[in-house]
Design a protein. Structure first.
Length: 364
């Protein structure tokens, strides 16, 4: 870049600086003094995995460009999920090439559209589940996965909405076919997806048993609408659930011993949804119990529907956004942190300290 010496006439305006009658972008003027510096418009900050098992690193990387069928989104917020911690650890089912920008769900503003994109336009607010890329200042995303969000929804709420509510709604409605009057047992009921399962279960007419660790977390589940509260640290889960009449549907993001106890507390023809293993232990399911009680264990990976059958997700979002606009749903966010503190946000999930969603404010 050829440099010149400019003398500002008076002041910085909203778009840059006035130099002898020409409007020059202030950042370009500042950075243009050094021919060796990178063009700021082509780069961005991102928190990346550079080595498995190690903290994320803040790095300057190339800003993406929207290809055909894509949109360039300026990221405002990113919702963290337990799966992000597994990606860092190297144990998630999808393993990216390193270095990788993590962050599964995000909200932002469309900056540019690629060829063939007609249903979205620059300036539009959207949310997306992309699997990766949310902890960067920009992301080039398939237009097909970007969902316009309601005007009343904040960027923080949007980043806490898609995965948590989408996972629970598709699980309970599309997969388990939860019916009004049935008894739903939610394990890990104070976490990001657990709370939404409690909330949606009540909206769908179920009697909800919430299981979480400690009185503080159970109070959050109670506020979300749970009918019965069970402390996983002190109760005999199998005995307590059977005393309440048994479970017709089990929603389990925890796994381990809690799943084993819930399995034995199921009513005949119950449906079980093991959708995560926050305990660190993958359940080994005894098929003899399934046979005797005619139980169904349902395999379920919500993110897989972006490739297998995305219509399932878009249909679900329509229902969920309608409930949001009617005031029936309000995302529960426990922490909002800046991009530089993304590692602290991940630790809140690893240590199971968060009650609700952890959201990273990328544009802060």
């Amino acid at each position: 870049m050829t440099t010149r010496s400019f003398r500002p006439l008076s002041r910085r305006c909203s778009k840059g600086l006035l130099f002898e009658g020409a409007l020059i972008d202030y950042a370009v003027w500042q950075m243009g003094r050094d021919d060796g510096r990178k063009d700021w418009r082509r780069h961005m900050r991102a928190m990346q995995v550079t080595q498995l098992g190690q903290p994320l690193e803040m790095r300057e990387v190339d800003r993406p460009v929207a290809a055909a069928g894509e949109v360039l989104v300026r990221i405002q917020t990113c919702g963290l999920n337990f799966g992000d911690t597994l990606i860092v650890k190297g144990t998630y089912q999808e393993k990216p090439q390193l270095p990788a920008t993590i962050g599964m769900e995000m909200c932002g503003i469309v900056e540019a559209v690629g060829a063939g994109v007609t249903h979205l336009k620059p300036g539009q607010r959207v949310a997306a589940y992309a699997g990766f890329g949310g902890l960067g200042e920009y992301a080039a995303l398939p237009a097909s996965i970007c969902v316009p969000i309601p005007d009343a929804m904040t960027a923080v709420e949007a980043a806490a909405f898609l995965v948590a509510y989408g996972t629970s709604h598709v699980a309970l409605d599309y997969k388990a076919h939860l019916r009004s009057g049935e008894r739903l047992l939610v394990l890990g009921a104070s976490g990001g997806v657990g709370l939404t399962a409690v909330e949606l279960g009540k909206l769908m007419g179920a009697e909800v048993i919430a299981c979480a660790r400690g009185a503080k977390k159970l109070a959050v589940a109670r506020d979300a609408g749970a009918d019965h509260l069970l402390d996983s640290e002190t109760v005999d889960l199998r005995a307590e659930v059977k005393a309440l009449g048994g479970a017709d549907v089990v929603y389990d993001p925890v796994g381990g011993e809690l799943f084993d106890a819930a399995l034995r507390a199921c009513n005949p023809e119950a449906r079980l949804l093991p959708l995560g293993f926050a305990s660190g232990k993958v359940p080994q399911i005894p098929s003899n119990i399934l046979l005797v009680k005619n139980l169904t264990v349902i395999g379920y990976y919500w993110g897989g529907y972006t490739r297998v059958n995305p219509q399932v997700l878009t249909d679900s979002f329509k229902v969920l956004f309608d409930w949001y606009e009617k005031g029936k749903l309000r995302p529960h966010v426990s922490h909002v942190l800046p991009l530089s503190q993304a590692n602290a946000g991940l630790e809140l999930l690893r240590s199971r300290q968060a009650t609700g969603k952890v959201v990273i404010q990328v544009d802060a």
